[in-house]
Ligand binder design. Structure first.
Ligand code: SF4
Ligand code: SF4
Ligand code: FES
Length: 323
């Protein structure tokens, strides 16, 4: 028996920058089986109601990554998002182009910023010239070495994470979650000769701009978990170079603050992050905060049971040492 259909109101973003003054939303209503993917709904709109709608897709099987778009304000693959649950929870389906990339037309974006960041991390093996890849036999890795890649090889370069990332929105210089997850993949590849250089460079090329919000991980259709790989990169970068950059100094200072008192000494953390000279440049901002929150200048009282922290930190140090 065929599935019962539901009425699906689609509010689709329409915009041709060369022609339109501003974007608009066009309502199309279709009767569809609940499991119908949003992509199929859009193709039906284009085939039966409006041939001018522009969108990008290819495989229709969640493999090529080309149909990523904003569906009810979340970055998703349109070919694997069924209409039924969207209508059930939102009453309609708002379809918009991916964010953080300019609109070419309707749902098609210019992916140049995404691919430019990808190219910047040099996503290819850098071999030691003294030890070239053997031409006559495989260059195998152990299962344990492959395991260190975590989930990064599953990435289909759909850019859903790039679209969801507030750090990309705030600073176009931020490489973005996918590029950093790919960078991680090469950093842990035992055949790669560029590990040290990659980790040193990325410290000043945006690694610490990540806000740790995990929206990239939430939006990734392949469970690559870029935010966790960015965390790993930060740890490795500190191990290789020490806390040489503002972001890494902040992270290390934060950890030490909690270790010694169980609570944050905010003034001390500012000094640890910016250094003495840099702290002077923060005086204006500091005064504004002090007026609202005068207690920040006081050394906080250590929390009760602080000794228990030591065992937590000891376990963390041990885990660190084992990596
Ligand atoms: S965790 Fe970092 S990379 Fe991921 S979305 Fe947030 S800011 Fe972007
Ligand atoms: S990390 Fe996930 S969301 Fe980002 S490009 Fe790869 S598959 Fe897409
Ligand atoms: S069309 Fe290929 S991932 Fe959706």
């Amino acid at each position: 028996m065929a599935d019962a259909t539901v009425s699906v109101p689609l509010d689709v973003y329409r915009y041709q920058p060369a022609v339109d003054h501003e974007p608009r939303y066009q309502r199309y209503t279709l009767d569809l089986a609940p499991h119908t993917p949003v992509l199929t709904a859009l193709l039906k709109v284009r085939a039966e109601l409006d041939p001018t709608l522009a969108l990008r897709y290819s495989c229709r099987s969640a493999i090529c990554g080309s149909c990523a778009m904003q569906i009810n304000a979340k970055s998703r693959l349109a070919c694997e998002t069924p209409v039924g649950p969207e209508v059930a929870s939102h009453g309609r389906i708002v379809v918009e182009p991916m964010r953080n990339q300019g609109v070419v037309r309707d749902l098609v974006v210019d992916q140049t910023p995404f691919w430019r960041q990808y190219a910047r991390i040099e996503p290819h093996l850098k071999l030691d010239p003294a030890q070239p890849m053997p031409a006559d036999r495989p260059n195998p890795m152990t299962p344990e070495e492959v395991e260190r890649f975590h989930d990064t090889p599953r990435c289909i370069a759909c850019a859903a994470c790039f679209s969801a990332c507030p750090a990309v929105e705030a600073d176009p210089a931020f490489p973005g979650p996918m590029a950093l997850a790919k960078l991680y993949r090469f950093v842990v590849d035992p055949r790669d000769h560029g590990r040290q250089d990659r980790l040193v460079r990325i410290q000043t090329e945006g690694l610490w701009l990540c806000l740790r919000c995990h929206l990239c991980t939430d939006s990734c259709p392949k469970n690559v978990r870029p935010s966790e790989r960015i965390r790993d990169l930060k740890e490795m970068a500190i191990r290789v170079q020490g806390p040489t950059e503002r972001g890494s100094r902040h992270a290390v200072g934060f950890k030490e603050n909690i270790r010694t008192g169980g609570t944050l000494h905010e003034l001390k953390l500012v000094r640890q992050t910016f250094g003495l000279a840099g702290t002077a440049g923060q005086v204006g901002q500091g005064l504004r905060i002090w007026r609202k929150k005068p207690e920040i200048v006081k050394r906080p009282r250590p929390i009760e049971g602080r000794e228990e922290l030591e065992s937590i930190y000891a376990a963390l140090d041990e885990e660190d040492g084992a990596r």
